[in-house]
Design a binder for this molecule. Structure first.
Ligand code: KG4
Ligand code: ZN
Length: 353
């Protein structure tokens, strides 16, 4: 089975061709980061227009690189949500058109499910496993028991962790996206110089909170002597921020491992995915947490942690292999699409207890 996967839910226009034996025949990612950089963050309307302009080209390049024509595709999958709706509409319409013309199944994939299942493509991870999904839009801990069988153990009650990286980087004048320059600056910084908060650490449950951390970065920077920040200040703040993030995520993940073990006694793997999973300090901390709990850490290569079409094609393959037939062509793109529809709302869900 050969499946085309299309991803357009955020600021990457991406298409990939994947075979059901796990071979990635092509994986094309066109980043819009240069278009959004002047604004210091993603502008939804700019993103939608860029997807509209480039989706066809990216799909063409992916099939060209894979050396196949549309007639060799067995199905086409596209992110059906959640995400910035203008972009999701572009990807879904492109996929539906190909599916309709070729008379092949169209699979609308939940973007989060794409991230959730990638480790099965790259690391051959078996169900069940615990997933830590940390990106610019999401910070979640989920039990993954099978295709379509997810239980959310924790989520953020305010900002996503990638958002905290991006906003803190902006405060420090480090540019966008903020994760890579913060990680680089932190290498030469003192993580103990600034005493930043560890939101929700030690509290019951597995939820996250990052907006207070970002606010503390701002307050602390505002409290420094007037004038431009010097390099040492920036490096020390980056290191202090990154240490706080690693502390919080490490502790919350430790709690989630205990819950996961109760739910899935045979499970022994923690999968980390999403753009922030590229962070080496975080990976090191997660290795330690896993060693403490007798778990194994599985992390897809960075290129497949950030948004891409291969994860969407693969999630489509997983659904088709599980016997699903794909969606009707009247499927409506979804701005919101929780992986675990039964999860209670995080806000006020006992997190302050
Ligand atoms: O998964 P992703 O590519 O897109 C979303 O679905 O959001 O994640 C992008 C996020 C950005 O916030 C970016 O700053 C962060 O991932 N990021 C990092 C690193 N590389 C990317 N955060 C921390 N350390 C990194 N090395
Ligand atoms: Zn993503």
């Amino acid at each position: 089975m050969i499946v085309l996967g299309i991803e357009t839910s955020c600021d990457e226009t991406a298409a990939a061709v994947v075979r059901d034996d796990g071979e990635i025949l092509a994986d094309v990612v066109l980043s819009q980061v240069d278009q959004h950089r002047p604004f210091g963050g993603i502008v939804p309307e700019v993103a939608a227009r860029a997807h509209l302009e480039f989706a066809d080209h990216v799909v063409k390049q992916a099939t060209h690189e894979a050396g196949i024509g549309f007639d060799e595709l067995d199905a086409v999958a596209a992110t059906g949500g959640p995400g910035l709706i203008g972009g999701v509409i572009v990807g879904v319409m492109t996929a539906k058109a190909i599916a309709c013309a070729q008379n092949i199944p169209f699979v609308a994939v939940n973007h989060l499910e794409g991230h959730a299942l990638t480790a099965r493509l790259t690391e051959n991870v078996k169900f069940p496993y615990l997933l830590l999904l940390v990106s610019g839009g999401h910070s979640q801990l989920l039990t993954v028991r099978g295709v379509g069988a997810y239980t959310r153990l924790g989520t953020t009650i305010d900002d996503a962790v990638g958002e905290a990286f991006d906003k803190s980087a902006k405060i420090l004048g480090l540019g966008y996206p903020g994760g890579p320059p913060i990680e680089a600056a932190a290498r030469d910084g003192d993580p103990t110089r600034f005493d930043l908060p560890r939101p929700l650490r030690g509290k019951p449950g597995c939820h996250f909170s990052f907006s207070g951390l970002k606010a503390a970065v701002k307050r602390t920077v505002d409290g420094l002597p007037p004038g431009p920040l010097d390099t040492q200040d920036v490096n020390d703040m980056a290191a202090s921020f990154q240490a706080a993030v690693a502390d919080v995520i490490g502790e919350r993940t430790g709690r989630a491992i205990a819950e996961f073990r109760d739910q899935c006694p045979g499970g022994d793997t923690l999968v980390v995915a999403g753009g922030v999973a590229a962070n080496t300090a975080l990976r090191t901390r997660l290795e330690e947490v896993c060693a403490d709990h007798g778990m194994r850490l599985a992390a897809p290569p960075s290129k497949l942690c950030t948004d891409n079409g291969a994860m969407i094609a693969w999630a489509g393959i997983e659904h088709l292999r599980a016997g699903h037939k794909g969606q009707d062509l009247d499927f409506a793109p979804r701005p919101r699409w929780p992986l675990d529809p039964n999860a209670p709302r995080a806000v006020g869900a006992g997190v302050k207890a």
